[in-house]
Every structure is written in structure tokens, then in C-alpha cells.
Design a protein around this ligand. Structure first.
Ligand code: PGA
Length: 252
């Protein structure tokens, strides 16, 4: 059976250390009751990483970003080894909110390589800004092909793709599971072309964008979608543990 993933992207929240500690503690309590059917990855802001409970088989620690250079004079940046030394094993790369701040495909390539070279797992985010033109598949194809071109076949076991249509992020209307599946198939088609049949087939593809407990069911049962990346609902412990339960097969 394929591994399922439930990734929490806390973005720039919560605002204080006290609230972050509370959130970690509440999640630790609630996620205990979630069945073991999925890998849960918590991605808090960098500064709250040291306050996370120790990572376990079930709940791993992720970061939202990193800098591509392993060392050097780079004021304000965070390296892969800093993250690894805090127990981080997953890193988001190319989230659309970072791309909107100027992260282009070339920067995404460098960050992706940095994560994989450090032995961690990269969660590569891709997604079109809108579907106004018929070319949104081409736009996505470019994002995906550019990123995949820097990944060696041997590292594909540590690559996850999260399809997050930008227009669906931060609202309450996710994409349809059918359209998300069409993109997951496109991702795997490109992956097969780049690394061959089995690496392509085994590549996990998640969906993200307005995932909530009420809407996640059809994504959980959609074969070909290997889990979800959750933004605002991941800050609500009830909602997030429900989502994790549904993806784990508890109530799907
Ligand atoms: P959302 O965010 O669940 O709040 O739409 C998802 C994301 O940006 O990763």
C-alpha cells in the first residue's frame, strides 16, 4: 500500500512562543488517537522548531523553507544542516507564497538540491495562478520539468510533489478531486519520462489548497492522490486531527 501524507503548513503562525508550545502540546495529544495509516509532517515557522515534541514514526518535523548554500555569510538565512540538527526531515520547497516573493524556478532548483543533498525529503510545491487560459497545463509542466531536472533518480525516494493551485489557497473552495488527479497524472507522466517507470509511478503527489475536514474525504479516497498539504486548517487542532484521521483511513 502507498504511504499517505498529511502535511501541516503553519505559515507565519502562531505569533508567540507560548502559543506555539500550546499548539504542539494539543496536537501531540490529539494525534495520538489518529490511526497509524498516514505520515504526519508538521511545518512550523523556523523559530518554533526547537519547541516541537521529538519526531516519531508517525509525526515528523518539517520546515517551510531553507537557504541553498550550506554555509557562508548569508545574513538571515537558515541552512539545511541547521534544520537537520533540530530533527527536521522534510522541507517545503517552492511554496506559491514564496514564489510570489520572487522565488523563480532557478531558485527552486537550488533549494530542492540543497534539501536532497542534505539527505532530507523535499516537498516540492507546484501550482498554476489561474485557469483563465488553456495554457495552465503548460505552465505547470514547466515548473515541474524545471524542478525535476536537478533531481537524480537515486534521490526520487525523498521527493514528494504537492499540487497547490494558487487560486485555491487560503479560501474555502478546494479544487475538484478529479482535476487534482489530472494534475497528479501529469506529474507522474513527467516523472516517468525523467527517471523511468518505477520512480515515476512511486512518486507521491499530494493536494493542497483550502483543505478542510469537511472537504477532504473525496481526496482521501482518490487513488493517485497520496495525501494533503493543509494550511489554515492545520492551526485548528480539531480540524487537523479530523483531516489526519480521514486521510489515515479512519473515517474515509
Ligand atoms: P490553505 O493553504 O490550506 O490555507 O489553503 C495551503 C497552503 O498554502 O499550503
Amino acid at each position: 500500500m502507498r504511504m499517505k501524507y498529511v502535511v501541516a503548513n503553519w505559515k507565519m503562525a502562531p505569533a508567540t512562543r507560548k502559543d506555539a508550545e500550546k499548539l504542539f502540546a494539543a496536537l501531540q495529544r490529539m494525534l495520538r488517537d489518529v490511526p497509524d495509516g498516514a505520515r504526519i509532517v508538521l511545518c512550523p515557522p523556523h523559530v518554533w522548531l526547537p519547541f516541537a515534541p521529538p519526531a516519531s514514526e508517525k509525526v515528523a518535523l518539517g520546515a517551510q523553507d531553507l537557504f541553498w548554500e550550506p554555509r557562508g555569510a548569508h545574513t538571515g538565512e537558515i541552512s539545511s544542516s541547521m534544520l537537520a540538527s533540530l530533527g527536521v526531515s522534510f522541507v517545503l520547497v517552492g511554496h506559491s507564497e514564496r514564489r510570489a516573493m520572487g522565488e523563480d524556478n532557478a531558485i527552486v532548483q537550488k533549494k530542492l538540491k540543497a534539501v536532497l543533498d542534505a539527505g532530507m525529503t523535499a516537498i516540492l510545491c507546484v501550482g498554476e495562478r489561474d485557469r483563465a487560459s488553456d495554457h495552465w497545463h503548460d505552465f505547470l509542466g514547466e515548473q515541474i520539468e524545471s524542478a525535476f531536472s536537478v533531481v537524480e533518480r537515486g534521490a526520487t525516494g525523498r521527493l514528494i510533489v504537492a499540487y497547490e493551485p494558487v487560486w485555491a489557497i487560503g479560501g474555502s473552495t478546494p479544487d475538484t478531486p478529479d482535476d487534482a488527479l489530472t494534475v497528479a497524472l501529469l506529474v507522474r507522466k513527467i516523472a516517468r519520462k525523467v527517471w523511468g517507470e518505477s520512480a515515476g509511478e512511486n512518486l507521491p503527489v499530494l493536494y493542497g489548497g483550502s483543505v478542510e475536514a469537511a472537504s477532504v474525504g473525496p481526496f482521501a479516497t482518490q487513488e493517485g492522490i497520496d495525501g494533503v498539504l493543509v494550511g489554515h486548517a492545520s492551526l485548528d487542532t480539531d480540524a487537523f486531527s479530523k483531516i489526519a484521521g480521514i486521510i489515515s483511513g479512519d473515517a474515509a
